[in-house]
Design a binder for this molecule. Structure first.
Ligand code: FES
Length: 110
């Protein structure tokens, strides 16, 4: 758990030959494969950012989903870490694994 002590932390581990990233976001844990469905880049080594949307008045921008969006380091596809879905095309997604915390340990359930 010490590797995931603060929000925004991530670790990439090998589970039975597959790299899986575990993220800590807003005191919750999310796990995704370290694999981009576009051309197989190490997706979870990309930048973790948020997303901006236009407010109701059509002029002001609002920062939402802070630190919940992972950007693929090769071609920039963006995925919602909390769901595994591509933010532009919801039909594209990576698995979002269940995570269980027991004491100081975080378990990925596949
Ligand atoms: S390999 Fe990830 S966007 Fe191309």
């Amino acid at each position: 758990m010490e590797d995931l002590a603060t929000d925004g932390d991530r670790i990439i581990v090998d589970i039975e030959g597959q790299e899986v990233a575990v993220f800590r976001i807003k005191d919750e844990f999310h796990a995704l494969p370290n694999f981009c469905p576009h051309q197989a880049a190490p997706l979870c080594e990309g930048e973790l950012t948020g997303r901006m949307v236009v407010g109701d008045d059509g002029w002001e921008w609002e920062y939402v989903q802070e630190d919940e969006i992972i950007t693929c380091p090769w071609h920039g596809w963006k995925f919602d870490v909390t769901k595994g879905t591509n933010i532009k095309d919801q039909t594209i997604a990576v698995p979002h694994y269940d995570v269980e915390v027991k004491g100081d340990n975080v378990y990925v359930i596949r």
